[in-house]
Design a protein around this ligand. Sequence first.
Ligand SMILES: [Zn+2]
Length: 413
Amino acid sequence: MQEGLFIDGDRMKADFDALSRIGSTGDGGVHRPTFSDAHLQARRWFLEVAAQSGFETRVDPAGNHSAVLTMPAATRTLLIGSHLDSVPKGGRFDGALGVVAALEVLRSVQDAQLELPVSLEAIDLTDEEGTLVGRLGSAALAGTLRPQDLENPRCGRENLKTALQRAGLSEAGLLSARRDPAQLAGYLEMHIEQGPRLARNGKDIGIVTGIVGIASYQVMFHGEANHAGTTPMQARCDAGLGASSFVVAAHQLVRNRYPDSVVNFGRAEFDSGAYNIIPAHALLHFQFRSPDESNFVRLDAELRAEAEKAARQFGLRVELHPGPKWNPVKMTPEVQAAFEQAADSLDLSHERMHSGGGHDADKLVRVTRAGMIFIPSPNSVSHDPREYSEWKDCENGANVLLRAAVEVANSSH
Ligand SMILES: [Zn+2]
C-alpha cells in the first residue's frame, strides 16, 4: 500500500462546491435530470476542469464523459467514476461526490508522479438515475444494452428520442459504445451509503460486497362486484380483501424469513372504487430486493405462492405479471480486498455490506473487476436536498479510493 499518498481535500471541496451550484435548488439540493440544461452544464464543467488539470478528455457514443491520465506503457485502463445526473430535486452528494473523488484521484497520482501499468480514467456515466432508461451509460459501455431497452424505455419512446437529440447522441451510437473488456483493468466507485448502517455502527467506510437483485410484479386479484350493504360478509368474493391480505403476508414473510431482503407495495387500485360496491378487481404493484442469488430465487417463488394462497383463502382468482428483473451481483473479491487494505493503511474502520440500491458497478462487474465503497450518510436521507455527509468522511473515502486504485492498477497484468 502507498504510504504517504493522500488526496488534496481542499481542492476536492472546491470542485464539489462548484458542482453543487450547477442546478442548485437553493435548499442544499440539485436538480440535474439526464440531459437537462443543468446536467449538460455539469458535464461541460467536468471536461473543463479535467482539461485544466492536464488530462485528455473524451466523450463516447453513449455520452459518458471521461478524463484520462495516460500511462506511457499502458494498454489497459482502470475506470473510476460515478454520475453527474440526479433524480429530480435530489441531493448534491449522490453521484457527484464519486465523480469529483475520481478526478481528485487522477490529480493526486499525477502530482505524486506515480508510474502505473494501466492508465486511469475518471468517468461520469450517463443516466445512472434513470430519467431515461437507468444505468444507460454503463450498460452501453459494458455492451449489455439491448435494442429493446431503447424501444421500451422508462421515460417513453418520444422522450428518449428528444433527450438524445438534445445531447447530440443517437440510438445507434448507444448500441455501439461497448468497450472491449480486454482494454479494461476494472471499475471503482465511491458513493454515499444512502442508508443508516455505517453511521449507526460508527464505521468510516463500507466495503460493498454486492448489489441487490430487484424484481417487480403487477398482481391482479379478481373477485365479484356486489351490493356492499345487502351481501353477507361470508358470501363475498372481495378482491380488495385478497390484495390486502397479500400485502400483510408478504411483509411478514420478508421480515420473519428474509432479514437481508425488502418488499414494497408502491401502488394499489380497487375496481370499481366506490364506497358501496364490493371490489371486483384489485391491482397491486410490488417490488422486492435481495442481495443473495438463492434467496432472491426462493423469495420470488414464496411471494408468488403467498399471492395464490390469499386468492384461494378468499375465493378469488389471481394473475401475476412480472416486470423488469435484475439478478443480484457480487463485487470482485480482490477489489474488496484492495479497499480493505487501503482503509487499514489509513486507520479507518470498515465493514462489509451489500448495496440495497442499484449502481453502475452492477453493469460493469459483468465485464471487468469492479467494486465500490460507501461513506456514511448520518441522517440516512437520500434523493432529497437534505442528503448529507460530513466532509471528513468524503475525504476519507477519496483517500481509500486513491490507495485502492493504485493497488488495483499495480495488480493489473
Ligand atoms: Zn448514485
